[in-house]
Design a protein around this ligand. Structure first.
Ligand code: AMP
Ligand code: MG
Length: 333
């Protein structure tokens, strides 16, 4: 069992000593270490079994910290985006400050930075007084944690877990690479391209072409996976066995059938709410002994639906080749 509680001061001391602390953010739980301490950061990779080519996000609590992590002069657009969306679920990638150790960025000349919108995270970061490198507090490639229990299920080798309830956004941050006059979305999230275009009309916002190059491991084809088979379906399966789970994101296209394995993630069709419940539902299916396969009904790939489908496709990737399975064999991918 890992040590857990609500002691932020104690946790910030641990961070300064080079230890590992899992903490809540509004997106998912993070596994943090002093981002300027290469040895402490190495322990993150060890605890998560994360490959070294996968760079980390640095978390800061004050705008003045931007200068510590990014190279000067700071791109003006970075400052404007920070003012508009921070604290919040947006991670910005730009040229790194020399102070940032190579292990944080996997040798890249750029670094990813975010200011989380969560009172515990902000207090921890302020008290620690250093940028905190923090990927999601799960084993590499597995489901992201949105509750303290999820962290305890996967990580045993950490020094402290700050308990802070459920993550309200529940899906990882939108990651963007910021250039002079353009923004490339490396990983979709709750902050959508449409919103950024609306707020910054003069700036070109485009989606990264993941087929051409992998910049962010969030861009790997298989990621965020449950240990049970997950299938994506266009339509509600006509027949569901007793041992199947069904994830429904919105009521449209769903018959309303009641069955123990059915989880409706938003009864009002609010996709932000559905996204926030997605990982928790997958965790429940994963630990439910009565379930041995999971179906997820696809959503339209627009707005936050893009982020939902991004995570679902990666979670289902290992199973996408299987065509004949027991319940339905139409409309899957
Ligand atoms: P995680 O914290 O596990 O959600 O992963 C953080 C994501 O940020 C990963 O997909 C990283 O590859 C991505 N990332 C971190 N640094 C950079 C960078 N310099 N350039 C592009 N992507 C990055
Ligand atoms: Mg992760």
């Amino acid at each position: 069992m890992i040590r857990s509680g609500k002691d932020i001061i104690f946790a910030s001391k641990l961070i300064r000593e080079g230890k590992l602390v899992a903490f809540p953010t509004e997106t998912v739980y993070g596994l943090g270490a002093n981002g300027f301490d290469a040895k402490a950061v190495a322990r993150i990779f060890e605890a998560k079994k994360r490959p070294a080519f996968d760079p980390l996000i640095l978390h800061i609590a004050q705008f003045s910290d931007l200068e510590k992590v990014f190279a000067k002069p700071l791109p003006k657009l970075v400052l404007k985006l920070a003012e508009k969306y921070w604290p919040g679920p947006l991670t910005m990638v730009a040229t790194k400050n020399r102070q940032v150790p190579e292990i944080v960025t996997s040798g890249l000349s750029t670094v990813a930075v975010r200011m989380p919108n969560h009172p515990i995270a902000l207090k921890l970061l302020k008290q620690a007084g250093v940028p905190v490198a923090a990927p999601s507090a799960n084993l590499f490639g597995r489901l992201s944690p949105t509750e303290p229990e999820h962290v305890k299920e996967q990580l045993t080798n950490i020094d402290y877990l700050i308990e802070g309830g459920k993550s309200v956004v529940g899906i990882e941050s939108t990651i963007i690479a910021v250039k002079e006059n353009s923004i490339e979305i490396l990983r979709p999230g709750a902050l959508t391209a449409a919103q950024i275009r609306k707020d910054f009309p003069g700036i070109e916002v485009f989606l990264s072409d993941t087929e051409e190059h992998i910049q962010a491991p969030g861009q790997l084809k298989s990621h965020y996976s449950p240990v049970k088979p997950l299938y994506l379906v266009e339509e509600e399966p006509a027949y569901l066995s007793d041992r199947s789970g069904l994830m429904v994101f919105e009521p449209s296209g769903f018959s309303g059938r009641m069955a123990p394995g059915v989880k409706v993630l938003s009864s009002t069709g609010d996709l932000l709410e559905a996204a926030s419940n997605m990982f928790a539902a997958l965790h429940e299916f994963e630990s439910d002994e009565n379930i041995d396969r999971i179906y997820a009904m696809k959503v339209k790939e627009e707005g936050v639906g893009l982020a939902i489908m991004d995570r679902l496709k990666k979670a289902a990737f290992r199973y996408s080749e299987i065509e004949n399975y027991a319940d339905v064999n139409v409309g899957c991918s």
